[in-house]
Design a protein around this ligand. Structure first.
Ligand code: IPM
Ligand code: MN
Length: 349
């Protein structure tokens, strides 16, 4: 059966990595049809909106979307792919490939996954003026000062809901079952017992349904130290949105940088795939952006679409290119172009 992938190439240097990644997928003859929703500045020009109905329909009609990084007006498509499609679990693997320049003296065997809650926490983006809260009688738990007396300032709402936490923690438990049967939960539950504490409580409730998975937990600052000092101790981890955003970038630094940071965002009935990195505006037009994050995200996508063997072969081909080391982009110590790295992966497929 034909599968359909909607491709949104993204901004700045992102299309330079997405383009050859999609060309590589096309060359595999997998019975995938590609559609190209028009979003961002081009859509403003052609349709008068950065995210026209036509683009939304192509995303909805596709089995999945492959998304390049965004910096500007195409960001509204990302909002739709996350909040519109309910993709609540952002899976961000960190795996060391021999040949990649790691920040660690001994990176061998580093292989863990951050499951980042993808829809809530501070990402509600409900912010405002502190003045607007002054009649609510709120008091700071630490300074005991009424919020009304804090003077000029702004607030942001951090919301941790039962539904949002349960579904992502369940997702992480299920993922743990496919790996080492270990799950680490992290949040700032000591200082924020009502919100981050709730996240941990829900994990502890669910743990009884997964007796075959060993669950442990660390406060997020302690977790960050452990992640850097001894990443091999972790397998599947789960955390609220903002910690996951920050720590997944930090984690990428352990294994060669953002150029390798793949991700997939999964919901109940939709998933989309995107690299975790930004649009690299500093290297636009040079054909040197590292396509690895896109290639690995594409491997995750193939797995999601049911092309499990092709997914594994693509992943192994990337690993082989790093092991050989002669076709790497400058960010990982090589001299190859984006296209050169993709060609090398295709040759080893
Ligand atoms: C990511 C990015 C996004 C985020 C931005 C582009 C909204 O940093 O996917 O990690 O903060 O989630
Ligand atoms: Mn990020």
């Amino acid at each position: 059966m034909t599968k359909t992938v909607a491709v949104i190439e993204g901004d700045d240097a992102a299309p330079e990595a997405v383009g050859p990644t999609i060309e590589l997928l096309k060359s595999l003859d997998l019975n995938i049809e590609f559609t190209y929703p028009v979003v961002g500045d081009v859509a403003i020009n052609d349709y008068g909106s950065p995210f026209p109905e036509e683009a939304k329909v192509l995303i909805d009609d596709a089995d999945t979307t492959f998304f390049g990084s965004t910096s500007g007006s195409s960001g509204v498509a990302l909002l739709y792919l996350r909040w519109g499609k309910g993709t609540y679990a952002n899976v961000r693997p960190t795996r060391y490939f021999p040949g990649a320049p790691s920040a660690l003296a001994n990176p061998e065997g580093v292989d863990f996954i951050i499951v980042r809650e993808n829809l809530e926490d501070l990402y509600l983006r409900t912010e405002g003026d502190l003045k607007d809260l002054s009649n609510l009688g709120l008091i700071s738990k630490t300074s005991r000062k009424p919020i009304a007396e804090l003077g000029e300032g702004r607030y942001a709402i951090k919301a941790i809901t039962r539904e949002g936490s349960e579904r992502v923690i369940r997702f992480a438990f299920e993922l743990a079952r496919t790996r080492r049967h270990e799950l680490t939960v992290t949040s700032k539950y000591n200082m924020l017992p009502e919100s981050d504490g709730f996240f941990l409580e829900i994990a502890q409730e669910l743990a009884s349904e997964y007796p075959d998975v060993q669950m442990n937990h660390f406060i997020v600052d302690d977790f960050a130290c452990r992640l850097v000092a001894n990443p091999r101790q972790f397998d599947v981890t789960v955390m609220p949105n903002l910690y996951g955003d920050i720590l997944s970038d930090a984690a990428a630094g352990l294994v060669g940088g953002l150029g390798l940071a793949a991700s997939g965002c999964y919901g109940k009935d939709y998933a989309y795939f995107e690299s975790a990195h930004g649009t690299a505006p500093d290297i636009v037009g040079r054909n040197i952006i590292n396509p690895t994050a896109n290639l690995l995200s594409a491997a995750m996508m193939l797995d999601y679409l049911g092309y499990n063997e092709a997914s594994q072969r693509l992943h192994s081909a990337v690993v082989a290119v790093y092991a050989d080391g002669d076709s790497l982009t400058p960010d990982v110590g090589g001299q190859a172009s984006t296209q050169g790295l993709c060609d090398a992966v295709r040759a080893r497929f």
